[in-house]
Design a protein around this ligand. Structure first.
Ligand code: SF4
Length: 338
């Protein structure tokens, strides 16, 4: 085999390690994809070959953490500190869908999830997303079908950037399994090219998706990848209506937000720092953060540069900014002739 001297960064090596793992080569639809992007699920269920390498450094870090936890669990099991029949990184299958659970110690199933501190803060308020509930309930359903008991489901969330941990626990709810299977049935019965693209092309999801090129192919050359949506449905009036409607809803939502925020300022106990306030009859608390952030004084900067006889340094964006406005059709008659 020819050797290559191309430099490899640590990131390149980590991604290479990830690509070579047997689990990364699994091409069948898996429980970790339940409730995620419908189009990606459709490609998997149809057995379409990936068009991109996929994977991300964040995912590799997550895999490393899973491997370390599994290794510690196996050592504990060897030493008799956890039961010999505990399942560690165990493959299960339910309704023909494969999954790999992290740990099961009768009657508790535990799944490890790595995330960022920003997402962890959201999770702590909103609870696990549907996809995580469906995935863990898929594991639980498979164990129950094998004749095991699952009375508690635990999801251990760990923030990669801060090391903060948050644990969610819940009881097995068969409704989640039914909802997940209904979702799979709907994806399966929808023609591939009609399946929703559930993420934006610039999102981390799409950037690391193994079907990225296939999914967005057909877009207009040198235009936004989402222009493929117009190619598939060239109803300009409908898209313009959608744009106007979205902007109206955004404006109304922003106004509602301002009104509700202003009203709730009545309950704010602090003039600085962070305080939590309970809301009787509501399942969430209010967190008031009052800070005095420092912002660049643009006017002073301009004055200082002018006094020094130098132009304010600016950096031109390498990506053109596109603005789309809805204006009166009469404006067409008044536009300058080319
Ligand atoms: S590229 Fe994005 S929208 Fe398309 S299948 Fe993948 S995750 Fe879904």
């Amino acid at each position: 085999m020819a050797t290559t001297t191309a430099p490899r960064t640590t990131a390149d090596l980590l991604l290479e390690w990830d690509r070579r793992r047997p689990r990364s080569q699994q091409s069948a639809f898996g429980m970790s994809e339940l409730g995620e992007c419908r189009r990606r699920a459709g490609y998997r269920l149809a057995g379409i070959a990936p068009t991109n390498i996929g994977g991300s450094l964040q995912a590799v870090m997550g895999t490393g953490i899973h491997d370390a936890a599994a290794s510690a669990l196996r050592d504990l099991q060897t030493e008799g500190l956890i039961p010999a029949d505990a399942l560690i990184e165990h493959e299960v299958s339910f309704a023909g869908i494969l999954g790999h659970l992290d740990m099961y110690i009768d009657p508790e199933l535990t799944d490890i999830k790595t995330t960022s501190a920003r997402w962890l803060a959201k999770l702590k308020v909103q609870g696990p997303p549907t996809s995580h509930l469906w995935q863990t309930h898929g594991y639980a359903a498979a164990l129950i079908a094998e004749g095991r008991k699952v009375s508690r489901i635990v999801i251990d969330y760990l923030a990669r950037d801060t090391g903060e941990q948050w644990r969610w626990t819940g009881r097995f709810d068969p409704q989640h399994v039914r909802d997940a299977l209904d979702w799979v049935t709907e994806v399966r019965s929808t023609p591939l090219d009609e399946l929703a693209r559930d993420h934006h092309p610039d999102s981390a999801w799409c950037q690391h998706c193994p079907f990225r090129d296939l999914c967005w192919e057909g877009a207009v050359a040198d235009r936004d990848p989402r222009s493929v949506l117009f190619v598939e449905d060239p109803d300009a009036a409908e898209w313009a209506r959608k744009l106007e409607d979205a902007r109206d809803r955004k404006k109304a939502a922003e106004a509602d937000e301002k009104t509700a925020k202003g009203a709730l300022d009545a309950l704010r106990p602090n003039s600085v720092g962070v305080e939590l306030v309970a809301v009787p009859g509501y399942d969430k608390a209010l967190k008031y953060t009052v800070s005095f952030p420092e912002r660049l004084d643009g006017e002073q900067v301009r004055k200082d540069y002018a006094a020094a006889g130098r132009p304010v340094p600016v950096k031109k964006s390498d990506k053109g900014e596109v603005k789309v406005e809805l204006v009166e059709a009469d404006a067409l008659a008044a536009r300058p002739t080319p």
